[in-house]
Ligand binder design. Sequence first.
Ligand SMILES: NC(=O)c1ccc[n+]([C@@H]2O[C@H](COP(=O)([O-])OP(=O)(O)OC[C@H]3O[C@@H](n4cnc5c(N)ncnc54)[C@H](OP(=O)(O)O)[C@@H]3O)[C@@H](O)[C@H]2O)c1
Length: 395
Amino acid sequence: MKVAILGYGTVGSGVGEIITNGETADVKTLCLAHILERKENLHLHPLMCDDIQTILQDDSVEVVVETLGGIEPAHTFIIAALSAGKHVVSANKAVIAVYLKEFQECAQAHGVKFLYEASCGGGIPWLHGLANAKRIDEIEEIHGIFNGTSNYILDHMAKEHQPFDVILRKAQDLGYAERDPGADIDGIDIQNKLKISSALAFDCDIPETIPTFGIRNISKEDIEYAASQHQKIKLMAEAVRNNDHFYAIVEPQLIDEGNMEASINENLNLTCLYGATIGPLMFYGQGAGKLPTANAIVQDIIDIQNQCSSAVFTPKVKMTYDTALIQRSYIIRATLKEADMKAILGDDLKQCFAFKGKIYYQTAKISAYWMHDKMKDILTQDKEAFMMGLRGVNA
Ligand SMILES: NC(=O)c1ccc[n+]([C@@H]2O[C@H](COP(=O)([O-])OP(=O)(O)OC[C@H]3O[C@@H](n4cnc5c(N)ncnc54)[C@H](OP(=O)(O)O)[C@@H]3O)[C@@H](O)[C@H]2O)c1
């Protein structure tokens, strides 16, 4: 089966390496035909071209791997490849979180597949696990740690007793965080993965909005407060379904040390689902990286080759957002006076306490939607305020 790769950066070159050097019978049936790259890079590999038409017009190419990243030209190239009757495998969560429905409809119309395992959880077979679980169970909940960079930062702030900025720079030097770390530390990368995972888990269209609060404002004191309570702070994704009602959020949460999620260290990921007969099911591993992510892409290509069932679905359920589905107590660090905090949170403000010179507020059990909304008001008065949901047994 001949394969073309669009974009030969970290992940694309990993796919090239596995296809070229792979020793298993499945991989040996694959053959690299073209690599789309920028004009200035064409000297780097004999198969490189800079015109998508070279790939689209080569009838021997059956699979196009999209590892360009970003929205355009990725969106246009994916549609063009599917329309030309080629299967497409993509790792690009940003474009999939917006255009999944269009890609699936286009693939169906042209009798080909659009697969995207690598877009959520890198090398972890998470979407395959979800698709399998869903054949028997209605998935009631998905949650987990879907971003290795933010997990590395939280883990190392706790281990090294260093502030956010210092550990972020270390993560950048190690290549875990990008020079512009916004997508990782503001939860956008997780939000995209949660949108894609929710659509598959709940058989619905991609959710339009998911309230998201990242770790940009986290302080050493927040980490130390968590440790004093025998808890860890993790940047969590969470989506809950009740029949045709649904809600999802991305936020930092305080998790009791004995819980599985609290034990996820370094840049590793843990993705979890809950189904009626299977109960809780957890997937742990490298959520990113050149070869783990490329591995997931090549798995999709082999599935296409072997005509296996996969994470292809038709949205069937029209979901209604239900803000009551996710409720918990929150702890907020803010410089606001108690009266100002009371003016924002009303009777849901339960207590105020000091820790290592910082002021913290705790709320009653409230809807996550409401807290995320109120946090916008708090940030207008203290742009460095931070909030964390209580996920532990004390919640
Ligand atoms: N890295 C990971 O661990 C990981 C994990 C899971 C999913 N992903 C996803 O995989 C995708 C690729 O990520 P990556 O880390 O491999 O990115 P990357 O290293 O930046 O690679 C992208 C490559 O595509 C090239 N490219 C971009 N636009 C192009 C265009 N219009 N024409 C020709 N070439 C173009 C880039 O060239 P320039 O550098 O010159 O722009 C670069 O060589 C992203 O969607 C990412 O979210 C990555």
